[in-house]
Design a protein. Structure first.
Lengths: 145, 148
């Protein structure tokens, strides 16, 4: 069996897109970098590996493309910085987390809407940067248990 | 000597990440595309390449990283090589507060800052489009990413 000869999505300047569909769990891997995950059709527990084990520059995006179920992304304690902006049209910004703390869990909760999104990038050993936007107040949450 | 056969960072789907540490000056070039810069430790003056000399799609991100008492230790100032090269805006504002846009009115700008009042994790994206740089960003501190 020969090797695949085609260029990768990344080398073409594109991102991979993977619809998680009815999957109920996902453990992210280094090879998942540059992937857009479509989620929300089924309750899904996503494991974000210890950032110490991931290559710096690794990055993924999650986009809600189905409003049926909750998607929970759980990492190692206090390895995330950044924030997700939430709130309805013409409302105050509701940030998650509400203060600049380290956190480790990101949840697309019931009530988040199609197109709401979160970006995750490994920016140094032991640290992820999170950004995102949700059009419903606090329906994406970022917490430190 | 043969050509290198391994994929570059971008070809692997990853970003380059550079922690600027205590550097005080950075002049960006074409080769910096697809790079995340971690800033905030030292007062840093960044100069963008001339937009006219870059290919469309050139992109960088700056993330506030080094913080003292929850805000950045020092200010990073990113300035265009020419004038009026930046378009777009940054969105700022604390939890449960109004959006505060920078600049306050739509128009072209010369610079964007990750100000020392901004927080760890605040960010700015810059993409070369046509004859301009398109700037977006978000800060959890009112006017933490000023454009002028």
């Amino acid at each position: 069996m020969g090797f695949r000869a085609g260029r990768s999505a990344a080398s073409n300047g594109r991102q991979r897109v993977r619809d998680l569909g009815s999957a109920t769990s996902l453990t992210l891997k280094p090879r998942d970098t540059n992937t857009v995950f479509l989620c929300g059709a089924a309750t899904n527990a996503v494991t974000l590996p210890n950032a110490n084990t991931m290559p710096v520059g690794w990055n993924v995006r999650f986009i809600l493309n189905n409003e049926t179920a909750v998607v929970t992304i759980t990492g190692t304690a206090d390895q995330c910085i950044g924030h997700v902006v939430t709130a309805h049209d013409n409302q105050n910004r509701q940030l998650q987390p509400t203060t600049a703390i380290l956190f480790d869990k990101i949840i697309f909760t019931a009530g988040a809407k199609l197109g709401d999104w979160v970006d995750i990038a490994c920016i140094s050993s032991g640290l992820y940067h999170i950004s995102g936007d949700c059009r419903v107040t606090d329906k994406i949450t970022c917490t430190s248990p | 000597m043969g050509l290198s056969r391994g994929p570059g960072v971008a070809g692997s789907g990853r970003k380059k990440v550079i922690n600027m540490g205590d550097a005080t000056a950075l002049t960006l070039s074409d080769s910096h595309t697809n790079t995340i810069f971690l800033v905030g430790e030292a007062a840093l003056a960044v100069v963008l390449p001339a937009a006219s000399g870059l290919r469309d799609g050139w992109n960088v991100r700056f993330i506030g990283h080094h913080a003292t008492s929850a805000t950045l230790t020092n200010t990073t100032t990113i300035t265009g090589a020419g004038t009026n090269e930046l378009i777009g805006h940054t969105a700022t504002g604390a939890d449960n507060q109004n959006r505060q846009l920078q600049p306050q009115s739509a128009g072209v700008s010369d610079s964007v800052k990750l100000h020392t009042i901004a927080a760890q994790g605040d960010w700015v994206d810059i993409i070369k489009i046509g004859s301009h740089f398109f700037v977006t960003g978000d800060s959890r501190i009112n006017n933490g990413l000023p454009m002028a």
